[in-house]
Ligand binder design. Structure first.
Ligand code: ZN
Length: 346
């Protein structure tokens, strides 16, 4: 009960890349960089295990950015020509590459990370991939000329990598779709359809992570415009409840998301954000446990997975470690409390 996991990313050590950045520059290149990525992945695997996290990730140590880490492995994209584009409905501007031809995978994307996880942990293993809608929102297109066609093309490639990851022994494959909270009408029109294409034929557990973004200033400013109650989830959860996705990862602690919206995800595993990634203040186990208690009114215990609100990539390393420990300790406290409530069997 209350198996803990994280949204995905963890801070990169200073010897691997620039710290406290969403698009950090690598500190090495070639074989040296590959080795540094491997070392950082192992380090975070150990930190997650030591903290008591149940479903562990590679901490996204091998990718510079959660979307472009995938795109680098796709043929048909011109990275030499980046254009300025407003993304997430113009919340911020980014320099994005351009799709110029039919898309194809160059080869495996996360095979190295999957094999590291497989050979170094007996915990359940999760790998994250960007979702089709979020990719389409983070790239310019001169070839497909249609967002849905482009999304379906990316979904087919995501499916190819996801199937291979499942074969590599990955237990949970999660698609990150922050764009789902921005283009709610598109989610029901084609977003879930694209996700279904991405998970086609997968035997492992599948998850979609929908958040209000990393704890960076542009997101903090955007959140201030969303009012006292954030009801974006209300428009998309009923359709997600009917979807074939097994798990939904959502933002909860310190957000203005009404907790009762979780009841719209009936039948799904819910990864409840009990750790805020937009503040360096470390949660107490008591605070974490309280969020779990609140969520329990709407999510059955067996479907409730305490998680972080979003990735921790831009944070300080020490703070991220402290937050991992708070997450595990808070879940343990919640388990104890629930155990006391239930009458003992004779
Ligand atoms: Zn997120």
């Amino acid at each position: 009960m209350f198996k803990t996991t994280i949204a995905g990313s963890l801070p990169k050590p200073a010897w691997l890349a620039e710290t406290n950045k969403l698009w950090p520059a690598w500190k090495a290149s070639g074989a040296e960089l590959e080795q540094a990525k491997r070392d950082a992945t192992l380090l975070w695997l150990k930190e997650q295990e030591d903290a008591g996290i149940d479903i562990v990730t590679d901490g996204e140590q091998s990718r510079q950015h959660f979307v472009h880490g995938f795109l680098e492995f796709v043929e048909g994209i011109d990275f030499s020509r980046k254009v300025k584009m407003g993304i997430r409905d113009n919340r911020y501007e980014a320099m994005v590459p351009v799709v110029t031809a039919e898309l194809r995978l160059k080869g495996r994307v996360h095979q190295a990370e999957a094999s590291l996880l497989r050979s170094h942990t007996s915990k359940r293993r999760k790998i994250t991939l960007p979702g089709p809608m979020t990719i389409v929102d983070t790239i310019a297109d001169e070839h497909y000329g249609d967002r849905v066609k482009l999304a379906m093309a990316f979904a087919a490639l995501l499916n190819q990598e996801a199937r291979a990851l499942a074969k590599d022994g990955i237990d949970v494959i999660q698609f990150d779709e922050p764009a789902f909270n921005v283009y709610m009408d598109d989610v029901t029109r084609w977003g879930i359809k694209a996700l279904h294409r991405a998970i086609k034929g997968l035997k492992c557990t599948t998850c979609v992570h929908i958040c209000y973004g990393y704890g960076i200033q542009a997101n903090i400013d955007w959140k201030k415009t969303l009012g006292n109650e954030w009801r974006q989830y209300e428009q998309i959860f009923p359709a997600l409840a009917k979807s074939r996705i097994d798990q939904v990862s959502l933002e909860c602690i310190d957000s203005h998301v009404p907790v009762e919206l979780m009841k719209l995800l009936k039948g799904k595993d819910v990864l409840v954000g009990v750790i805020d990634v937009a503040t360096d203040r470390v949660e107490t186990p008591q605070q974490v446990s309280e969020v779990i208690q609140k969520a329990l009114k709407y999510v059955p215990a067996k479907h409730l997975f305490p998680c972080t609100n979003c990735g921790m990539a831009p944070m300080d390393r020490d703070i991220a470690i402290a937050k991992l420990k708070a997450l595990a300790a808070g879940a343990a406290l919640a388990r104890k409390k629930l155990g006391k409530k239930k009458p003992k069997r004779r």
